[in-house]
Design a protein around this ligand. Structure first.
Ligand code: ADP
Length: 391
């Protein structure tokens, strides 16, 4: 091999304390080779018996930690060596080594290197020193990995415990929300069965039972919808947003009449088509409208405006209702957050509507914002990307 192409200092870095004549001898048993970037010199899992010393260049050492994950162990550069285990043991390569830049190496095959080592004890010692240093380095890396895994496990346990707590809180709330209308209905049904009610009293008892049943149906539907949303990604298709808003408004008409609230709908002309899940979006708008009506005073007006800007489309639902105080505002999108009553009203609902709405809008990569003045009213604005592709 042409020694003039190799800087002896590089080899001295690889094996400190090596004498000049030893360096020359070692070079004489090797072959100088140059590899382009992205060449794999050692292949993890394969039995190979070439030993490499990097003259100049850079390689990366990586190892599979499972079938799909590759872990980068380290980079090696000028004067570093690799592939020594293949010379010491008859074992498959423990990691892969790949060039990152054009890299020159001295390659020495196992048999030549063994003969060389037998005649040069200082060289053997230098190798043992380096190998044990690397083992220690690997140990430290393994301990770091373990520490990291322990931390991840701890975090996963904590999340599981939180989820378990949320699940049991969820069940308790549902049981409670079901028990109230069921117990009341049960009482009325018993009175009806025993013939205690007649005329107007009977009518009003039946009305209450029917309202309670409706509440239970709504709650069950909301829970099923929430669950479905978490399990199945809805189907996104091109839709006319105006038509969805109209459908939600129509669904709420009766409710508005019952509450003596008027609905004013303004839909801009030429709204573009967007990619959306229509059933989910309709549900979100319906929940917001339902609140707007519920929290409005008798004779109040709810306005619904649908507009399109250059990039975004917006649906704005404004009411003249009780408004939301600042301390409550940050919580209204939480599951089961529900303000029970103000001084005059007892508001029906269990606090799932807005959490469903937010979830749906997030699935559409849109935004939902609220501004409110207590005693004056609230404005909910939903913005969706105008040309949304399927998220
Ligand atoms: P629910 O209406 O069943 O209580 P939501 O999740 O729909 O549950 O709403 C949560 C809470 O947000 C309500 O209890 C209420 O306090 C507040 N809220 C929502 N919309 C309005 C609104 N338009 N005006 C006043 N308060 C509102």
């Amino acid at each position: 091999m042409d020694l003039s192409k190799i800087d002896p200092l590089t080899l001295q870095k690889a094996f400190p304390g090596m004498q000049d004549d030893e360096i020359h001898q070692m070079i004489s048993i090797g072959i100088l080779k140059e590899y382009p970037p992205q060449t794999t010199l050692c292949h993890e899992g394969q039995i190979e018996d070439v030993f490499y010393i990097i003259i100049d260049g850079k390689v990366q050492v990586s190892k599979h930690i499972n079938e799909s994950q590759l872990r980068l162990l380290k980079y090696l550069g000028n004067g570093d060596f690799f592939g020594e285990m293949g010379i010491i043991h008859e074992v498959p390569r423990g990691a892969s080594v790949t060039t990152l830049v054009p890299t020159r190496v001295i390659e020495i095959n196992k048999d030549d290197f063994k003969v060389f080592l037998e005649g040069h004890s200082s060289m053997s010692l230098a190798m043992v020193r380096e190998v044990s240093r690397r083992l220690r380095e690997n140990d430290e890396m393994a301990i770091d990995d373990l520490r990291q895994k322990a931390h991840e496990l701890e975090e996963a346990y904590r999340q599981l415990a939180d989820m378990e707590k949320a699940r049991s809180r969820f069940l308790a709330t549902i049981a409670h929300e079901l028990r109230t209308p069921l117990t009341a209905s049960n009482g009325f049904v018993q009175m009806i069965q025993s013939g205690q009610l007649s005329g107007e009293a009977l009518d009003s008892a039946l009305e209450i039972v029917s309202r309670n049943l409706q509440e239970i149906i709504t709650l069950t539907n909301d829970i099923l919808f929430l669950q479905e949303m978490e399990l199945i990604l809805p189907k996104f298709i091109p839709v006319d947003i105006g038509a969805i808003v109209v459908a939600s408004v129509e669904k709420q008409r009766k409710n508005a009449v019952r509450n003596q609230v008027s609905l004013a709908l303004n839909i801009a002309a030429d709204l573009p088509t967007i990619h959306a899940a229509p059933r989910s979006l309709e549900r979100a708008f319906t929940a917001i409208l339902d609140n707007a009506i519920k929290f409005s005073p008798d004779g109040g007006e709810v306005t619904i405006d649908v507009k399109a800007g250059p990039d975004l489309m917006s649906v704005r639902i404004a009411d003249q209702g009780i408004g939301i105080t600042e301390d409550v505002l940050p919580h209204i999108f939480e599951r089961f957050y529900h303000v029970d009553e103000d001084s005059q009203h007892l508001f029906r609902g269990v606090g799932l509507g807005l959490s469903i709405a937010r979830h749906v809008i997030e699935q559409h990569q849109g935004a939902i914002e609220v501004t409110s003045t207590p005693g004056k009213g609230s404005v909910f604005t939903i913005t969706l990307k105008r040309l949304s592709e399927t998220p």
